[in-house]
Design a binder for this molecule. Structure first.
Ligand code: SAH
Ligand code: SF4
Ligand code: F3S
Length: 433
């Protein structure tokens, strides 16, 4: 490899924070004079990877293999994201095709690393420098209607199954003014909705409620969301914000993982089923129509039928509007990986199926309850049918509608139909006065 790449492609996997990082890497590469590649054939491919479960991590390597072109040549390959952080230099021995390895806190150094890679060095940077990468990134310019904004990174919670405290490091909050400045830049660039991001976004040091209030004062920003929250960090001030700030959307992603106190303890979750439910009671008192979403893990070491039944019970008690559920995946280096009581794969499969069936019942019920309502949606993409557009409801449901409105428009619709994962709606025709 001797030439600096002229075109690039960034492929992000995993959570929204990776999507944000992927966008920022793309902006950085563009600022260096490189162009985004159209189609498959880029000079540089950045794989922005996820390490959360075994399958996600393995995917990074199978994707690298597929980058070789028919004529035997290949693009320059940058391994970025959480697999890069977790494996560091070892990644280079796992795949000869990797030209550079850059962790999630070091990607502002990509330009120098690309130069080194072009010289045939295979640089690795998984430092977590004291000076924030955010300060070294170019200013934000263009934005789609719905933008992500990372306000906090890292995690000090150390749930026993989770790699994030190791791949993202300790909890660090960005300065308040920097975030508000970036939100303003995103609004200037076309954003109408901002989702504040963090592995534990509600642990934001300056107070997430105060930050939401500041972003709500920005003209052009109509909707605010935040994710992901930890139950132990749902402060009264943040809960109150849900009843007080009109731009804060009635949606809360609050992972619980399990309904069994025994398992929650083994997971080091620092909340019980009961304290979680009490928190949600307060949230619903502040904002009665709020949609609750959650994450679940089935098959954590030692999980019995009884424990799993408790998980189904908390699902029924909460009535989730939506949820993500996963089979437990043992991650090297985490405390749970060496715990006894592994759950058999077929038991995990069965529990996951039963859990997902139950969750689907609840999301369908939630969606059905919105049929007949007049709501406002923010259009974020085209549908597959001609004239069809897809937007988001305040409760984060995907809404299909036939309209001449375009991406970025907010329109009033009447919900006509509920499916498990989406709504159908008709655009409200304005009756002339
Ligand atoms: N910071 C967030 C999200 C972390 S990762 C939080 O605390 O909720 C997103 C989800 O992946 C987690 O909520 C959990 O449900 C799941 N997850 C994390 N580690 C896992 C593992 N080892 N196996 C299976 N699922 C896992
Ligand atoms: Fe992982 Fe737990 Fe931290 Fe979430 S709170 S990122 S699940 S360690
Ligand atoms: Fe995956 Fe890293 Fe996000 S492990 S879930 S990409 S923080």
């Amino acid at each position: 490899m001797t030439n600096l790449p002229k075109t690039y492609r960034v492929k992000s996997f995993g959570c929204q924070m990776n999507v944000y990082d992927g966008d920022r890497m793309a902006e950085l590469l563009s600022a260096q004079g490189m162009a985004p590649a159209l189609g498959e054939d880029a000079d540089l491919v950045v794989l922005n990877t996820c390490h959360i479960r075994e399958k996600a991590a393995d995917r990074a390597y199978s994707d690298i293999g597929r980058l070789r072109r028919e004529d035997g040549s290949r693009p320059m390959v940058a391994l970025a994201g959480c697999v890069a952080q977790a494996e560091g230099a070892e990644a280079k021995t796992r795949s000869k095709m990797i030209d550079l390895v850059v962790g999630p806190q070091a990607y502002h150094r990509l330009p120098e690393m690309l130069a080194a890679a072009a010289r045939g060095e295979r640089p690795v940077d998984t430092d977590m420098p004291a000076i924030s990468k955010f300060d070294a990134l170019p200013a934000r310019r263009r934005s789609g209607p719905s933008a992500f904004l990372t306000v906090q990174e890292g995690c000090d919670k150390f749930c026993t199954y989770c790699v994030v405290p190791y791949t993202r490091g300790a909890e660090i909050s960005r300065p308040f003014a920097d975030i508000v400045g970036e939100a303003q830049a995103l609004a200037n660039g076309g954003a109408r909705e901002i989702t504040l991001l963090g592995q534990n976004v509600n642990a934001y040091e300056g107070g997430l409620d105060k930050l939401i209030r500041a972003v709500a004062r920005i003209d052009g920003i109509e909707r605010i969301r935040y994710t992901t929250s930890h139950p132990a960090d749902m402060s009264d001030a943040l809960i109150a914000a849900h009843g007080e700030i009109g731009k804060l959307m009635p949606y809360l992603h609050l992972p619980v993982q399990s309904g069994s106190d025994r398992i929650l303890k083994a997971m080091n979750r620092s909340h019980s089923a009961d304290t979680y439910l009490k928190t949600l009671e307060k949230v619903r008192a502040a904002r009665p129509d709020i949609a609750i979403s959650g994450d679940f893990i089935v098959g954590f070491p030692g999980e019995s039928d009884e424990d799993f039944t408790a998980t189904l019970a908390i699902v029924d008690a909460v009535g989730y509007a939506s949820a993500y559920s996963f089979k437990y995946s043992a991650r090297p280096g985490t405390p749970a990986a060496t715990m006894e009581g592994a759950v058999a794969p077929e038991v995990m499969d069965d529990r996951l199926q039963r859990l997902q069936a139950r969750l689907a019942e609840h999301s369908l019920a939630f969606n059905r309850a919105t049929v007949g309502k007049d709501i406002t949606i923010l259009i974020d993409r085209k549908g597959r049918l001609p004239g069809q557009m897809i937007g988001k409801s305040p409760w984060f449901q995907s809404v299909f509608v036939e309209t001449r409105a375009g991406i970025g428009d907010m329109i009033d619709v009447t919900v006509a139909k509920a499916l498990p994962n989406s709504l159908g709606a008709t655009a409200k025709v304005k009756v002339p006065a």
